[in-house]
Structures are given as structure tokens and as C-alpha cells.
Design a protein around this ligand. Structure first.
Ligand code: SF4
Length: 339
């Protein structure tokens, strides 16, 4: 069966004008000429025979139960597992994409999973729900809108791992049906976003601010690339902004870059990651280093300093936390320990 034919689901966020159609889901705002058959930039939405359609609807690139720490989410149901999937496409074009083989090329193998089947699978075995991740899930708006309520009706949680390049109105609708987000903040520089990603920084900041003010749990990931976004002055401004707009308890994951796709810079040095953690920790209570085997991803009580959550690779011990509080001093930790 041709992709997108599994369900005659009406696409949302398309607007018709005298020239044709425009997609309003993300700031890229793809335009489609009347009566054409074209894919949008993200390749999961487009026009067919002059009508909006969703060739990527339910077409999953992967379907794996992962530790939730791998998303990464460290302060949301720590130690749990979650079924993870994503669409074959992206609305950005990051030269350094770490998942470029499923986000940036055409003809990625996919498997259709209906929303009903996804909801059942999301609560099978040890999985606590569904994580939409790997590529860019917000471009899957309609599939998530259909699947997420089914997952929740079974008692599951819905996690989004996103680049944050989504317009405000669809974001607000997704917030209503999701529980936790990890947003990539790729740089403090808008020039970086324009030059290397084909996006804009301020859209991502708007998304982060909106999520911080919502009932969803929020964590942020910052991939540090040598010579591109490793200026400590920018780090200080970013730390100040996150702390001021989202709060000092906002979790930040500093992630190590490896050469992938078009960018060939060497991997981020350990010293750079440690320096970044030091600077971000001046404003934020919980800064973790990812993509590297350091014994530094434990969670300590921000009141008494006791070890509350111990992590080693994907092993997680929450013995230092009871009902979301520090066992040593009773301080309420900024951790979603149960839904
Ligand atoms: S969601 Fe896809 S089709 Fe819509 S504007 Fe963004 S890139 Fe274009």
C-alpha cells in the first residue's frame, strides 16, 4: 500500500489561498502550487493531486523500548522504559545531524503502525508509554493527535523529543496531549541556526518558554560542537536565559558531538564539556553531561547535597529518593516520580 493511504485522515494546518496551499505547522511555511503533487520540506506532509495529504502518517522509522534516560529525560519517571518511535523526515537541515540517515535522506524504510496498535504496544511489557523521538516528531502532528490520547487512556505517558521549530498554535495543542518534552537548544546564536540548521533560534526559545509555563515536564539538550557553539560568553547568556525564563531547576543535558553527516569537526573534547558544565552550573541546579562515559550523571539534592539518583550507563538507582523527596533531608526534588 502506498504511504499515507492507510487512513484518509484530514491533514491539519494547511491553508488555501489564491496561489495554492501553505502549511502553517512550522515556521518554514512550505507553499504548494494549486493542483501540484509535492512534498513539503519535512517529507512527511505535502500536496497530492492538489489536496493536502500526509504520506508520513503512522510510518515509523523505528520502534524500540528504550530507557527513558536515553531520550534524554533524567527527571521524569527515572529508571523507567518507554517505547520510542519517529517519522522519516525533519523540518531542519542540520549539517551535524546525529541521526541524518533517518531524518535527512529520501526513501527511509518505514513500517505503518496504526494509532490503536501504537497505544497497545506502548503499554506492553515494561514500557510506560510512548516517546516520539529520533527525528522531528512535531511534523507528525496528526498522528500524534490521534495516538497520544489513546496512550493516555491506557494510563501511559507521552514524551516528545523535539527541535522546538514549531508554530505556537500547534504547539499549544500538542501540550494538551503530552506529558514531557526534551527540546534541543542547538546554540545561543541565531546565525548558527540560520547557517547550519535552516531554522531560527527565537522560535526554539518561544517553544521552551511556552513549555516551561505549561504543565508539561521540560528538559533541554545542548550539543556542543567545537568552534561552532563553544563560546563561554554565549554559554553564560544561555544559562542566564534558561534560569530566568524556565527556573534554576530546569534540567540541562550537555551533549558531546561526534562528526556526522556534513560537519567534520573533531568530537567535542572532555575538557570543553567539563568547562561547560561548570559555567552552566553557576545558574542551573541540574546540569548533566551526555554521550560520554563519565561518572557524573548522578542527581544530588539541591538542598543538602545527598545522592538521590545514581546512574551508571543505563543502570538507575533511585534509593536516595522516596515519593519525590530526598531521603536524607526531605527536600522535594524537581523530579516527576509518578504520574
Ligand atoms: S511542517 Fe513540513 S510541510 Fe509544514 S511547513 Fe514545516 S517543513 Fe513545510
Amino acid at each position: 500500500m502506498e504511504k499515507g493511504q492507510h487512513m484518509m485522515r484530514d491533514p491539519e494546518w494547511f491553508m488555501e489561498d489564491e496561489k495554492g496551499w501553505k502549511c502553517l505547522l512550522c515556521p518554514r511555511g512550505c507553499s504548494f502550487k494549486s493542483n501540484s503533487s509535492t512534498l513539503g520540506h519535512c517529507r512527511v506532509r505535502g500536496l497530492k493531486d492538489g489536496k493536502p495529504y500526509l504520506p508520513g502518517y503512522g510510518e515509523c522509522v523505528s520502534l524500540i523500548v528504550d530507557p527513558i534516560e536515553k531520550k534524554p529525560l533524567y527527571h521524569f519517571l527515572p529508571g523507567s522504559s518507554i517505547l520510542s518511535t519517529g517519522p522519516a523526515g525533519c523540518n531542519l537541515t542540520c549539517d551535524f545531524c546525529q541521526n541524518w540517515s533517518i531524518s535527512q535522506i529520501r526513501s527511509v524504510p518505514t513500517r505503518y503502525i496504526s494509532p490503536d496498535d501504537l497505544a497497545v504496544m506502548s503499554m506492553t511489557g515494561k514500557s510506560r508509554g510512548i516517546a516520539f523521538t529520533y527525528t522531528e516528531p512535531t511534523i507528525w502532528f496528526e498522528y500524534i493527535a490521534d495516538s497520544a490520547p489513546l496512550v493516555r487512556s491506557r494510563g501511559g505517558v507521552v514524551v516528545m523529543v523535539s527541535n522546538g521549530e514549531i508554530n505556537l498554535d500547534p504547539l499549544l495543542q500538542l501540550i494538551e496531549i503530552t506529558d514531557a518534552w526534551n527540546i534541543d537548544l542547538k546554540s545561543w546564536s541565531d546565525d548558527f541556526y540560520k547557517r547550519l540548521c535552516g531554522g531560527r533560534r527565537d522560535t526554539v526559545l518561544q517553544t521552551i518558554k511556552t513549555l516551561a509555563a505549561s504543565s508539561c515536564h521540560l528538559e533541554i539538550t545542548f550539543l556542543i560542537i567545537p568552534e561552532e557553539n563553544d563560546d563561554p560568553v554565549e554559554w553564560k547568556e544561555m544559562a542566564q536565559w534558561i534560569s530566568g525564563e524556565c527556573g534554576a531547576d530546569t534540567v540541562l543535558h550537555i551533549s558531546r558531538y561526534f562528526p556526522r553527516y556534513k560537519l567534520r569537526q573533531e568530537s567535542t573534547g572532555i575538557e570543553t564539556l567539563l568547562k561547560a558544565r561548570e559555567i552552566f552550573s553557576e545558574k542551573l541546579h541540574h546540569v548533566y553531561i551526555g554521550n560520554v562515559s563519565l561518572e557524573k550523571s548522578n542527581t544530588f539534592c539541591s538542598s543538602c547535597g545527598a545522592l538521590c539518583i545514581e546512574r551508571s550507563a543505563w543502570f538507575v538507582s533511585t534509593e536516595g529518593m522516596l515519593n519525590g523527596k530526598c531521603v536524607s533531608c526531605g527536600h522535594v526534588l524537581s523530579i516527576v516520580h509518578e504520574i
